[in-house]
Structures are given as structure tokens and as C-alpha cells.
Design a protein around this ligand. Structure first.
Ligand code: GDP
Ligand code: MG
Length: 151
């Protein structure tokens, strides 16, 4: 089982897409193990987007991410990292595949509704960065047998 971090960005909050996005991940069969609203500090964003520090658009990305609180969630499942990434769609939302969250609902590179971890290694670090251990939950999912059957 993998755990992956998802952030619903300020455009998702403002456009009333929080329920839609969470619903899509739930209906896929992923298990919600952490969920909260949070305001992202400069320090947290510098760490979270460290690969973008130095890019000309980084200040804009940062202030965009601070427009409203974001919804942080942690999802669990077999190969959850790549599965969520596929559901999310590519960064440039106008070109994201139909059926993906970005492909269905977004038109921008920056305002692309959702962040999700891009590898298992990143996911492990990001889940730790956004959630304290007592904010993450393990529990039986009564439908797990039907969602996965044997593999
Ligand atoms: P992601 O993993 O698909 O979210 O993409 P990246 O890790 O490459 O970038 C993080 C976020 O920075 C993206 O989701 C966008 O919100 C933003 N971003 C990336 N590239 C650009 C760009 O060229 N211009 C602007 N304004 N924002 C960008
Ligand atoms: Mg990324």
C-alpha cells in the first residue's frame, strides 16, 4: 500500500470543486487517510516547490497558493501515487487528457486545481511535510475486498 499527498489548490476551493475532486478519488477506490484545510506559509511553499525556486514564475505560483486555504489530503491504495497522478492529468491543463481532473475542469498551467506527489519517494516526504503522524489514520475499509479482489 502506498500513501500520496493531494492538495486542492485555491482555484479548486474558489470554484467549488473540492467535493467533485474528492469524490472522484473516493469513487476510484482510494482510501482517504488524512484531510484538513491549511494556509501555506512561505517556508512550507519554498520547501514543497523547491524544484521551482529560481524560476521566473515562482513568486506568482507562491502567491497563488496563498490566496485561500488549501485542502490537504492523503490517499492510500495499491500503487496510489501513479494512480492519482493519472487521474490528475498533466501540468498544462489545456492539454490534459479528457477524463482527468485537469483535463475536465482547468484551462491554465498555474491554476490547475490539484497537486499530487510525482513519485513514491516524493510522496513519502510530502505526506510527512503536510501531516503530523496523529493526523493520519489507519482503518478497515469494508469494501477493500471488492475494490481489489486478489490484485
Ligand atoms: P505538477 O507536478 O504537475 O503540479 O507540476 P510542477 O511540479 O512542474 O509545477 C508545480 C506547479 O507550479 C504546477 O502545478 C503549476 O501550478 C505551477 N507551474 C508549473 N509550471 C509553470 C509555468 O510555466 N508557469 C506558471 N505560472 N506556473 C507554473
Ligand atoms: Mg510537481
Amino acid at each position: 500500500m502506498e500513501r500520496t499527498l493531494v492538495l486542492l489548490k485555491p482555484d479548486a476551493v474558489q470554484r467549488d470543486l473540492v467535493g467533485e475532486i474528492i469524490s472522484r478519488l473516493e469513487r476510484k477506490g482510494l482510501k482517504l487517510v488524512g484531510l484538513k484545510l491549511m494556509r501555506l506559509s512561505d517556508e512550507l511553499l519554498n520547501e514543497h516547490y523547491s524544484h521551482l525556486v529560481g524560476k521566473s514564475f515562482f513568486p506568482e505560483v507562491k502567491s497563488f497558493m496563498q490566496l485561500t486555504p488549501v485542502v490537504a489530503c492523503c490517499w492510500e491504495g495499491t500503487e496510489a501515487v501513479n494512480t492519482v497522478r493519472a487521474i490528475c492529468g498533466i501540468t498544462k491543463a489545456r492539454e490534459a487528457a479528457p477524463g482527468t481532473i485537469r483535463g475536465e475542469f482547468a484551462m491554465s498551467v498555474q491554476a490547475n486545481l490539484i497537486h499530487c506527489s510525482d513519485s513514491l519517494e516524493t510522496a513519502n516526504a510530502e505526506v510527512k511535510r503536510f501531516f503530523k503522524s496523529d493526523e493520519l489514520f489507519s482503518y478497515d475499509d469494508v469494501l477493500e475486498r471488492y475494490v481489489y479482489n486478489s490484485s
